[in-house]
Design a protein around this ligand. Structure first.
Ligand code: ATP
Ligand code: MG
Length: 137
């Protein structure tokens, strides 16, 4: 059984979509085993997206991620990492498949409602940035 890290981004919390997105997650067979609503600090957002530091959209991305509350989550299930990427849909909502979270809710390639880890190593690292053992059940 695999775990992945998820963020419901500020554009989702702003529209009160936590429950709607969680319903899509749970319908896909993923279990929400940890969840907390937080306001990310600039430091946390820069650390989290450090891999994108050289990209032209880095500053915009960090500003967006600290523009409002986010919901950080740990999801568990068979093949959770790939399954959640599938449920999220393509980064650009215009290219996302029907029924995916981004097709349903994302506003743009930047304000795209959700994050999901892309590999086992990043999942472990991202979970550890926001949760400690006792928070996950
Ligand atoms: P995430 O890592 O958030 O799950 P992803 O893996 O689909 O999304 P990445 O290529 O890792 O996409 O980009 C990380 C995030 O950076 C995207 O989710 C999006 O919010 C933002 N982003 C990516 N490309 C652009 C762009 N061209 N313009 C603005 N923001 C972008
Ligand atoms: Mg990514």
């Amino acid at each position: 059984i695999e775990r992945t890290f998820s963020i419901l981004k500020p554009d989702a919390t702003e529209r009160n979509l936590t429950g709607a997105v969680n319903a899509v997650i749970e319908k896909a067979g993923l279990r929400i085993i940890a969840q907390r609503r937080i306001r990310m600090t600039r430091d946390q957002a820069e650390t989290f997206y450090a891999v994108h530091k050289a990209r032209p959209f880095f500053g915009e991305l960090v500003d967006f991620m600290i523009s409002g509350p986010v919901v950080v989550q740990v999801l568990e299930g068979e093949g959770a990492i790939a399954k959640y990427r599938e449920v999220m849909g393509a980064t650009d909502p215009a290219k996302a498949a029907d029924g995916t979270i981004r097709k349903l809710y994302a506003r743009s390639v930047g304000e795209n409602s959700v994050h999901g880890s892309d590999a086992p190593e990043t999942a472990a690292q991202e979970i550890a940035q926001f949760f400690s053992g006792n928070d996950i059940a």
